[in-house]
Structure formats: structure tokens, C-alpha cells
Write a protein that binds this ligand. Sequence first.
Ligand code: ADP
Ligand code: MG
Length: 466
Amino acid sequence: MPTAESVWEACLVVIRDNVSPQCFQTWFKPLEAVTLEEEDGFSKLTLQVPGPFHYEYLEGQYNLLLRTTLTRVLGEKNRLYYEVVVIQEDPGPHETHNTYQVPASDSVVHHTPVPQPEATAPSAVKSQLMENYTFDKFVVGDCNQLAYSAARAIADLPGGTAYNPFLVYGGVGLGKTHLIHAIGNHILNWNSDKKISYISSERFTNEFVQAIQEKKVQTFSRYYRNVDVLIIDDVQFFGGKEKTQEEFFCVFNELQQNGNQIVLSADRPPKEIKGIEDRLLSRFCWGLQADLQPPDLETRTAILIRKATEIGLTLPPGVIDYIAQNITKNIRELEGALVRLLAQATYTTQTIDESLAKVALKDFIRRPHAMLSIDRIQRLVCDYFGIDQNRLHEKTKKREIVQVRQLAMYLCRELDYTHKAIGLQFGGRDHSTVVHAVKSVNNLIETDINYRNRVADIRRKVNLLT
Ligand code: ADP
Ligand code: MG
């Protein structure tokens, strides 16, 4: 009895003889045989395909080859199905892998019509959208209100608002990917016929490069110029990729002229994106740009409560508060903290309370820098250079003392003490003395490698204590 693998192996031998090595590597090597089943007297082979574009490409270019090959290997009574994989570009703690099944379209060599599958998977999957990145799951606060409202407006009327393109930008883990998926999911919910394509700019680039190598740029272009909504994540990766930018520029223009919606994300404001042609950059700014800011305390609290509820966890208010107060940078970290906490509780079978949270999250939470007092920093630096701490307060102009004092001031400044506070604790000096000290140290760091190494060494010691 042949297996899916053995049948596919036999097919590959035939295919290899019929296509270029490059084409074989790109389009056929990545396919995997999943199952070989009997269905109404037919042998049904299911192949796993790495993504929707890959699938469309195979269907468009190699359908005949595949069907002929399969008939040679399995006989006339065969059926070919694809299981198309949808991978989350940016793995979070949630599911990262989805598939949907489609039959290969019928072809001349196949005499019996291929039945339509009873239920095709929702088109959300087909468009590479993560189904759980929806508007309902997006917690709104001051930090993301504008971007959220604009996203909703666009989702209600894609291509029909002035926000075309819509560019959302902001730092890592602030919800860009979530928000742009939510737009796509919402549109599909109301109109499942819409052709929506979500792709990261990195993947867009890779597919384009492959298309060039295969001399199939037209197929590539046609695919992306014919979508109703094109969502491209992390456009900063287009920086420096001139050919891809050129292609994207054309896709962009065509979509815009036809009133199709373009949604983009970037990790910084468009002006700061490096290596992107002016004409493309200026187009990014034609519609609306909205930024996502780090979440404030209230939003962090709301997000934690929401996420905990989603995973079936009720956290005591003290624990929520502890996390919200201490993990401030981004939302992905908040999620990470929750997952870690849950793991720790499960592992130790302890109930979740503040003391468990403190243990579980010690790697996530840095103690505030201010815990290290100015006095402590002075002592550390003086020990390092082997001088008496009191000498820092003297009014001496001795070079070696001045240098140590300036460096200690500099390190205090790095830990966010104010110029004024530092001046006061260094023998009541004026804040301008501290400003000058910081400048001098910066100059030395830039010009003197030995000095720079010494500072790095001391900084390591300081960091160990913070
Ligand atoms: P980015 O693309 O900006 O790096 P993501 O969209 O991947 O960030 O968000 C990181 C994680 O945080 C995701 O799991 C996402 O669901 C979650 N997240 C981000 N913003 C929000 C929000 N406002 N409400 C709820 N979850 C959010
Ligand atoms: Mg992202």
C-alpha cells in the first residue's frame, strides 16, 4: 500500500525532470505530503503548501504538471487537495499555525469533475489574517484611541474614507499587527467576498525576489494588484530594497487609483524610515498616519484584566496592580508576564498572589534605578579608583579627582537623577557644573578608548546593583 510520502516522492522524480532546478527548489521542494486517502473510489492526495501565494502560484503555473504527474503515479482516479498553511509572522503567546484545505482545480487530464469541498475554511484564514486579532479584543485607551477610531472607520468603509493609505506606527509590541489584522477581519466579517491580503513587507520582498528569479513578476504583480484590501506590516523593511520598492510603488498606485484600501504599519514615523524613496515615502503620508503610544497605567490594568479573563484566570487586584505598575514598556511584555505567572503557578501548584508574582516576574521587572542612591554610586566609583569618597566633595581642581567626580556625576545622571539633585550631593555644586561634567565625560568616551572601556566596566558594576 503506497503512503502519501512514497506517492509524493514518485511525483517529485517526475516533476524534477520537467522544471528548472531553481523552480523545483522554490515551488515543489517545500511541499509536504500530508495524507493519502480513499474517497469514493478515488485516491486523494493532500499536500501541504507553505502559504496562500504559494498555492495560487502552483495553481496558476503548475496545475497541469501536477495533475499529469499525479495521473502517472496514481492512475486516472486521483484527487489532489492542498492544505494551505497560514503562519503568524510575529509569534506571540497564542496559536501560530493555521491551515485550510482546497481542492486543486480541475484540468484537462482529469476527466471526472473534482467535487467542491463541503466547507471551505473562512476566508479570514486564506488572507493570512489571524482570527483572534479583532477589534473586540483590542483594549482602547488614550495611547491608541486615534489609531483605533481610524481603523474602525476604514474597516466600515474600506477605500471609501480619506484614510487611504492608512499608516499606523509605533514601537514594538504596541498593537500595530493586531490593529491592522482587526481591520481585515472586520471587513471579511461583513463581506466574505472581499479579497484581502495581509503580508509582512519582508515576506512581500522574498516573494518578489523569487518571482524575479522565476521570471514570473507579472503573476506576482497581478496577484497583489487585484486585492480589495492590501495590508502590509512593518514597511520599514522595504528600506534599501530598491527593486521591491519600485514594484510596491506600482502596486500601491494601481490599488489607490481603483479605490482599494491600503493599510500599512511601521515601527517609526514615516519621516524616520531610512532607505525608502521619497516618492514612496510621500505616498505613505497621503492618507492618515496614526501612532500607537506605550500604554498608560489604566490601559495596562484594563489589558491585564482582559487577557487574564481570556485565559480563564482571575487575578487578585494586588497582583494586577503589581504587574501594571512594573511592566510598562509594551503590551507584548504584559502578555508574557501573564503567561509566566500562570506557568509558575501551575508548576509550583501555588495560588497566585503577590509574593508568587514577585518571584515569577523577577526577570521581567527591573528594580527602579533610583534604588541605587547617589551616595552608593559615589562609593562604587571611588572604590574603583581607590580614592576616599570625601574627596569628591572638595573644592579641588586636581585632575584625577575632577575626573572621578565627573564620571560619578555622569553615572548618576544615567540613572535619571536630576542635575540639581546630583549637584547638591556633590558638595552643593550648581546644576551647570553637572551639565558640564556630563558633557566632558561624553567627550572622553568618544575620543579615548581606554576611558571608554573603564566606563563600560564601572557601568557593568552599577548595572549589577540596579
Ligand atoms: P506590534 O505589531 O506593534 O509589535 P502586536 O500587534 O504584535 O504589536 O501586539 C503584541 C501583543 O499585544 C499581541 O498579542 C496583541 O494581541 C497584544 N495587544 C497589543 N495591543 C493591544 C490592545 N490594545 N489590546 C489588547 N491586546 C493588545
Ligand atoms: Mg508587528
